[in-house]
Design a protein around this ligand. Structure first.
Ligand code: NAD
Ligand code: UGA
Length: 443
């Protein structure tokens, strides 16, 4: 059992804290957000992440996890301090490090015993050294030793607990191998391969991994668009490609592109770092551009199907969250698509199983409905934006009969084009034969 403090109780911090507690450690989570901490003290996770609340409650009950807004309380006996605060995008595409810097200053202020500071936030290459410098400059007692370790996190929202507990690898970067090895011991029960390297290399592994995954998606989206022009089905193409183990089947899902709190900001931050250090990140820029075009292309296709104008057309949106199994609306493709539709005069109705409250806070003029059938009623077109499981087994005949015009834009390729057309839909997927209509041609 180790004493661990985690700074920032968001998706990464809370999952890290709860999972380390579940592995038998004593964990203090500290956050500046009082409402969040109050809710967590009562065992209520203030965001939707499958399985997380159960682990938090179990460990609260067992007396292994504690929540506070007081750094003094959280850091008192900590042997390891994990930084897991947000690193949002700055105005030029760079990562905003102000929260990490604030956390480092607080650590310095409360440092009265030797400690290992582990950075889990996604931070620009070189930040590990900056964190060490900030702590050194702000320590009350400069004779106390501390070590900084970079430990990037690779979990996905929606499967965060599973991903944390079943990592493909643990990456640790430090100037002190001994400190990195001590952090590795925390993960020993997970039996994952461990890479120990220097700080900068560890920080780069995180950006390179996210950028590569985003590149894979943009690649398949470009292929999807070519499939539409040439009459091939991208789903089968991706399957055929993915069976080659050098390529792999994951992240070859063509659609309206990647969103979320990480890919967009991380790809832009890497491109920014590259450009400001004399490199020309042309691949990364294309990856970003292809992603933006995917949403525009869908709106363009819809406008054509509706006779060249979206004015006063009623468009139903199925799914708002940036991906299924989360209520996170950060950089959700739905927001961009809805803004484009509204800009062209369309009326938008929407439903999401989990993200409606968060969506209401950022979307104006949208009619939020209680289920997919209410969204379909009187709609001139439906756009499937987020592939929640509950949208896969809808009564599509009923949906079609409720609509004013049976146009179905399948932004995540979850429906069978043949079946949809047999039901009478004007179906458009992404890269599914001529014009995205399905392998046997347009309808
Ligand atoms: P989040 O916004 O969900 O949570 C961050 C938390 O930190 C918030 O609760 C905020 O109140 C708190 N905070 C901010 N400043 C603080 C301070 N000075 N002291 C104490 N608490 C403070 O963010 P997140 O999604 O968990 O992401 C955290 C970091 O992890 C980011 O760098 C992100 O890029 C990275 N990351 C995120 C994911 C993911 O799936 N969300 C996965 C891997 C890595
Ligand atoms: C992503 C990475 O997968 C994690 O490894 C990483 O830790 C995390 O970013 C991060 O750094 O925050 P996340 O954003 O939670 O995780 O979700 P993903 O499952 O990667 O999906 C990201 C976006 O890509 C979603 O909008 C999703 O719809 C889209 N996507 C994903 C596709 O369009 N096609 C695919 O085949 C896969």
């Amino acid at each position: 059992m180790k004493e661990i403090a985690v700074i920032g109780a968001g998706y990464v911090g809370l999952v890290t804290g709860a999972c380390f507690a579940d592995l038998g450690n004593r964990v203090w989570c500290v956050d500046v957000n009082e409402a969040k901490i109050e809710s967590l003290k009562m065992g209520k996770v203030p965001f939707f992440e499958p399985g997380l609340e159960e682990i938090v409650r179990r460990n609260l009950k067992a007396g292994r996890i504690f929540f506070t807004t007081s750094y003094a309380e959280a850091l008192k006996n900590a042997e390891f301090i994990f930084i897991a605060v947000n690193t949002p995008e700055g105005s030029e595409g760079e990562a905003d490090l102000s929260y990490v810097e604030a956390a480092a200053k607080e650590i310095a202020k409360h440092l009265d015993h030797p400690v290992i500071v582990v950075n889990k936030s996604t931070v620009p290459i070189g930040t590990g050294d900056i964190v060490a410098e900030i702590i050194r400059e702000n320590m009350a007692n400069p004779s106390i030793p501390f070590w900084v370790v970079s430990n990037p996190e690779f979990l996905r929202e929606g499967s965060a607990v599973h991903d944390f507990m079943n990592p493909d690898r643990i990456v640790l970067g430090s100037t002190s191998r001994e400190a990195a090895e001590k952090v590795a011991e925390l993960y020993a029960p997970l039996q994952a391969p461990v890479i120990i390297t220097d700080l900068r290399t560890a920080e780069m592994i995180k950006y390179a991994s996210n950028a590569f995954l985003a590149t894979k998606i943009s690649f398949i989206n470009e292929i999807a668009n070519i499939c539409e022009a040439l009459g091939a089905d991208v789903k089968v193409v991706a399957w055929g490609m993915g069976l080659d183990h050098r390529i792999g089947p994951e992240f070859l899902g063509a659609g309206i592109g990647w969103g979320g709190s990480c890919f967009p900001k991380d790809v832009r931050a890497l491109a920014y770092m590259a450009a400001t250090h004399g490199c020309h990140p042309q691949l990364l820029r294309s990856v970003i551009e292809i992603n933006q075009d995917q949403r525009r292309r869908l709106v363009h296709k819809l406008r054509s199907l509706l006779g060249g104008s979206l004015r006063n057309k009623v468009i139903g949106i199925l799914g708002l969250a940036f991906k299924p199994n989360t209520d996170d609306m950060r950089e959700a493709p739905s927001v961009e698509i809805i803004h484009m539709l509204q800009h062209e005069g369309a009326k938008v109705k929407a439903y999401d199983p989990a993200a409606m409250e968060n969506a209401k806070a950022i979307l104006n003029g949208v009619e939020f409905k209680e289920d997919p059938y209410q969204v379909a009623e009187g709609a001139d077109a439906l756009i499937l934006v987020t592939e929640w499981n509950e949208f896969k087994q809808l009564d599509m005949e009923r949906i079609k009969n409720l609509m004013r015009k049976p146009i179905l834009m399948d932004g995540r390729n979850i429906y069978d084009p043949e079946k949809m057309r047999a039901l009478g839909f004007i179906y458009r997927g992404i890269g599914r034969g001529f014009d995205g209509a399905g392998t046997s041609g347009g309808s």
